[in-house]
Write a protein that binds this ligand. Sequence first.
Ligand code: G6P
Length: 369
Amino acid sequence: EAAEKGGYEHFMLKEIHEQPKAVRDTVMPRLAKDNSSVILDELKWNKEYLESFHKIFIVACGTAYHAGLVGKYYIEKLARIPVELDIASEFRYRNPIVDEHTLVIIVSQSGETSDTLAALKETKRLGGKTLAITNVVGSSIARDADEVIYTWAGPEIAVASTKAYTTQLVTMFLLAMYMAGIKKTIAPERTKDLLTQLRALPDQISRTLEDTEPIKTFAKQYGFNEDVFFIGRSLDYNVALEGSLKLKEISYIHAEAYAAGELKHGTLALIVKGVPVIALATQKSVYEKTISNIKEIKARDAVVIGIAAETDNELIKYVDHVIKVPATDELLIPLLTVVPLQMLAYYAAITRGCDVDKPRNLAKSVTVE
Ligand code: G6P
């Protein structure tokens, strides 16, 4: 097993560090050399086929569901098609409105999660079309779906998903760009700009991993707090949800993520002196609003750790510490901001002496209901 860990102490740490390669392997073969378009040879879609869908669902569980949240944002923003997101165990039992004009995108690392597989079967029974995004070639979901896009993350062993998530995000981005290309919803210059930045991401993820000492220090400092909150708006909120899931899964700290604008509707009551709050602030259109929320939190003497792009010199004025990630388009920055959150969860689990790769009560793949 030590050999399989390739010199890392845990599979999770190894898999976090494999993200630049996993993202590169997933993205590069699917980009035109001049960054003018996305090539998804696995799909043979045209305008007529895409327009036959009146509705798209994304259905998944756990971390894959969090990737779906980002996917919804990408497809709606770039391809302007409405997307509904659902947890597989909810979707399968709620008599969803699905017909031949519905596309259901099923996201699953393992391709074996029983609720997700059942959601796929239910879609087919109702006459909908299915597209799987999965990491395991020949898995049940890959075999049953009408079409498949593989993430090329390689085997993921640690229960807490890391490289599967980031490859799901880029796959969602590729898919949304592919749809936008067919529908011509974004200009060629913008396409080129985004795909050029996408190509640079693997190296930027490597840079994010170069210096994680400050995160280790925060984990030691706050690792024994019983509650940690994560806040953000828009894509930052989606990443906050994933960061919070990572932390609770492996360190057993009670972690909650909130849409920053929702704080005043309840959670603010829990923000008291010394409570650590991780605040993501990378999205321009809601930046000022997020800062107002941070001020409300600081007024209650919480400790705020901000996550921002390296070009941001503003956030530090309002928070106690800032963790910076390389600058990229705000659509792609979730691929970078999630990395320090993964590392925070990892070091918090180490600080608390938890079994990082095999957290209590959890399984890598949930094949029973
Ligand atoms: C389990 C794993 C999670 C994973 C979820 C969905 O709960 O512990 O890491 O996100 O299942 O798994 P899937 O293989 O369908 O992506």
